[in-house]
Every structure is written in C-alpha cells, then in structure tokens.
Design a protein around this ligand. Structure first.
Ligand code: AMP
Length: 312
C-alpha cells in the first residue's frame, strides 16, 4: 500500500485502516515496528522518543492527534498548540517513516462524548494528575488502547516526563494483553532544568522564567534525601517551600511516591524505588515534572540552585 506523501516526503496516513495496513505490510516483510504517540507541536522531547524508536525499530510511526477525550479543560484544548507542517518536517528529519494524522471523526466516529467503551486504569489513574484532572487518564488510556489495537505488535515509546502516564500505559498494555512493549525514555530539559513541553509555548517571558521553579523544587527534594532526610513529609515540605516562594506559580502537589504504583511513600526506610512528583500552575498552564531520586541528578538540575533552596 502506498500512503499519500506529505510536503516533507513523509508518508502521511489519515485513516485507521490505512495505518493498520501500512504497519501489517511492514511486519509481513520482516520489519519491526516502533510507535511514538504524540499530540504534536513537536519539540526535542518528542524527537528523543523518535530517535530512540528509529535506533531500535525498522519502521517508526509517529501519531499526531490532539485527543479531546483527555482534556477536561475546554480552554486547554482550544489553546493547545498545533503546528502540523513543521511537525511532519521534524518527524521526517528525526527518521520517522510514517505519520498517522487522523481527524477527530476518524478516531471517534460517534464523537468523543459518545464513546460507550472506554479504558480505565483504577487506582494508578486516580491519584495525582488523575485527581486534579478527573477523566484525564481514562481519555489517555482509551486513545492509547485504540492506537495499540491499530498498530499491532510493536514497541511503543513514551516519555518519563509524564511519569504517571507512562505507568498507566504500561499497566494497560499488561492488563489487556496488548502485544506491545512499552519503552520509557528520559526527560529532555531546557538548560535551566525546565522539562520541554508543548505547553511551554504559552508562557510569557516572566512566566517562562518562573516555571523553572518546578525542577528547582525537585532538586530541593532530591537534596533533602541525599542529606539523609527519611521522612517523606519533610522531603515534600522542602519542595513546597520552593514553589511557594515563586509568586507566579501556584502549587498543585509536591509528593514523594513509590515508583511502582505512585502511592504516597510511607517511609524512605521501606526501600525504593521512589519518585518525586510536582505539579503547579504557572500563568495560563499547568506544568508537571518528576525526578528519580535514586539516579544521578540530570546535568540541567545539577547547577544553579539558590543556597536557601538547598536548605543552606
Ligand atoms: P504529548 O505530545 O505531550 O502528548 O507527548 C507525547 C510523548 O512525548 C509522551 O510520551 C510524552 O511523555 C513525551 N514527552 C513530552 N515531553 C517530553 C520531554 N520533555 N522529554 C521526554 N519525553 C517527552
């Protein structure tokens, strides 16, 4: 099957049947398939996922679909950045071999609001982001299950930047026996530590500078643990203090959780692995970030933390 070509030369498939056929044909010829689900407005974080998929798979499909089912906030959906032509160029340059760009009606023929079958990942999907954005992970899990069903056997690449999403997606692949290996990829950051995100484009220069408070809060929690603090509440309060000192940021949560199920850590003496999570609203957007306190600090977080935030 010859898929239509986009301006950049990347084959672009707009239909579910087209994607399924394209990838089945590739597999029939012995190719391994990589899938990189995105909502577009591609940046270095997405490109790192594509690059990893290209290194590990013969055929790499990048899906670009702003999924209405996972947006509770109509304003967030309406203002979500879109840049399809640039996205196709970037995906092609990064080595993707096909783009899947369906219309909303193709993904949800009866309309997203009329889906009668949806996927819900209990507990894991109910806390943190799930509590702050009711229905969000049902929307994510449902669209990812649909993409997995369309793509067939493959490796699927997701960012640790959305750590809870990675956990939800890994769990749904296992629970529902999808022939998909979920691969987590490290967070790509700006030089000041801010995680790359499509939503960063909506920040004013002042808000953009203030947003670096998220990685600084993670660093403060990390430092507290390195200094030997073993009480989760104390680690969390160090993170909270950092965010509360930034007038343009409004904290949603700062938490130390068990990495396996994102339940609150009872004590660091129980053994890890753990994860530090933070979410805050800065200007018009909600931003999230997380850190593995059991690994070396990412280089962008290692420099430039004010002394008072190190607890000095
Ligand atoms: P999105 O387009 O925001 O839905 O993201 C698509 C994929 O890219 C998800 O698996 C995200 O976790 C991943 N991603 C987004 N930002 C980053 C980042 N800064 N570093 C690594 N992966 C990212």
């Amino acid at each position: 099957m010859v898929a239509p070509k986009g301006a950049c030369g990347l084959p672009v498939v707009a239909t579910v049947a087209g994607l399924t056929r394209h990838l089945a044909d590739a597999r029939a010829q012995g190719a391994s398939v990589g899938l990189v689900p995105t909502m577009g407005a591609l940046h270095a974080g997405h490109l790192s996922l594509i690059a990893r998929a290209v290194a590990e798979c013969d055929v790499v499909a990048v899906s670009i679909f702003v999924n209405p089912l996972q947006f509770g906030d109509a304003d967030d959906l309406a203002h979500y950045p879109r840049a399809l032509d640039t996205d196709l160029d970037l995906a092609a340059t990064a080595g993707a071999t096909v783009a899947f760009v369906p219309a909303v009606e193709e993904m949800y023929p009866d309309g997203p609001g009329d889906m009668t079958t949806t996927v819900s990942v209990r507990d894991l999907g109910d806390r943190w982001e799930g509590a702050s954005r009711p229905g969000h992970f049902d929307g994510v899990a449902t669209v990812v299950a649909k993409l997995f069903a369309m793509a067939g056997p493959c490796r699927a690449y997701f960012g640790e930047k959305d750590f809870q999403q990675l956990a939800v997606v890994s769990r749904l692949a296992r629970d529902l026996s999808f022939p998909v290996e979920v691969v987590g990829c490290p967070t790509v950051r700006e030089p000041d530590g801010l995680a790359r995100s499509s939503r960063n484009a909506r920040l004013s220069p002042e808000e953009r500078a203030a947003a670096a408070v998220l990685p600084r809060a993670l660093r403060a929690g990390f430092d507290a643990m390195v200094e030997g603090e073993y009480r989760p509440a104390m680690v969390e309060s160090r993170m909270v203090q950092v965010v509360e000192r930034e007038p343009l940021a409004r904290l949603d949560y700062a938490a130390l959780v068990r990495a396996v199920d994102l339940s609150p850590a009872a004590s660091l003496l129980d053994g890890g692995p753990f994860r530090l999570l933070v979410a805050a609203r800065v200007g018009p957007v909600r931003l999230i970030d997380n850190l593995d306190p059991g690994e070396d600090l990412p280089a962008e977080l290692a420099a430039g933390v004010p002394a008072q935030e190190r607890g000095a």
